[in-house]
Design a protein around this ligand. Structure first.
Ligand code: ATP
Length: 220
């Protein structure tokens, strides 16, 4: 399989963090920013670092942006620039474009332009922190759709300990499926009905978001 290529436009806190994560994961990453200082700081980190104003269509063409598998538009504050650049990279035929939006109106415009993934990092992180404050047992979660979630929840309720999933009538009682159980350094994948739970196990469950919340809060 050929290696995926990534281009990041804008090296603010968001773009630079995406860049470092991709580089740490072994990916080839091109970064573009109009600030010379920012580009100089990334010359040793990214595979290629180019000073350019991404609103300049010719600059994007000569960089060959359309040849990248993924382009991340990480311009936030200048909404007009973010919209124009996102529109141009989509028009040039880039398959996967991710763009950061400042607010819900900005997000709607980006979606209309065909941006494949619109992210609002502060909002998403705020939700995550809020959830972890509501339930300290919810260690992590992933939304599969607006109503379906996979979550990692710690067993802190003694009533669940040393009983198997069948005895707990787990699926009927909580309306959740247990996909895996993390216990110390072990992971029990697709546990059987006779699998016992232990205090401090981490359960990877899938189900309706409301049921996930109910289960995790039942152990607070
Ligand atoms: P963050 O929250 O991620 O720090 P932000 O939302 O504040 O970012 P900006 O500071 O507006 O976003 O932009 C991030 C980066 O994008 C900056 O380094 C800026 O120089 C760069 N940038 C903005 N507009 C352009 C453009 N037209 N062409 C190239 N780079 C740009």
């Amino acid at each position: 399989m050929t290696k995926q290529t990534f281009a990041i436009i804008g090296l603010g806190r968001f773009g630079s963090s995406v860049c470092k994560t991709l580089v740490d994961g072994g990916a080839e990453v091109l970064v573009i920013d109009r600030s010379e200082t920012k580009i100089n700081n990334y010359k040793k980190i990214a595979t290629q670092a180019i000073i350019a104003d991404a609103q300049d269509e010719n600059a994007l063409k000569s960089i060959g942006i359309r040849n990248f598998d993924h382009v991340v538009v990480a311009i936030g504050e200048d909404i007009q620039a973010s919209i124009l650049v996102s529109m141009m990279v989509k028009e040039m035929g880039v398959k996967h474009v991710t763009a950061k939006a400042q607010n819900k109106y900005h997000a709607r415009v980006l979606e209309k332009l065909g941006v494949d993934k619109v992210v609002r990092p502060e909002r998403e992180m705020g939700k995550r922190i809020g959830k972890s404050l509501l339930s300290k047992n919810m260690l992590d979660y992933l939304n599969l759709s607006p109503n379906i979630q996979v979550a990692e929840i710690k067993v802190t309720e003694p009533a669940l300990a040393d009983k198997d999933l069948a005895k707990l009538r787990f699926r009927n009682h909580y309306h959740l499926n247990v996909i895996a159980i993390k216990r110390d350094d072990d992971i029990i994948i697709s546990p059987r009905a006779d699998q016992e739970l232990k205090l401090n196990d981490s359960l990877l469950v899938v189900g309706q978001t409301a049921d996930v919340d109910r289960f995790s809060q039942s152990m607070n």
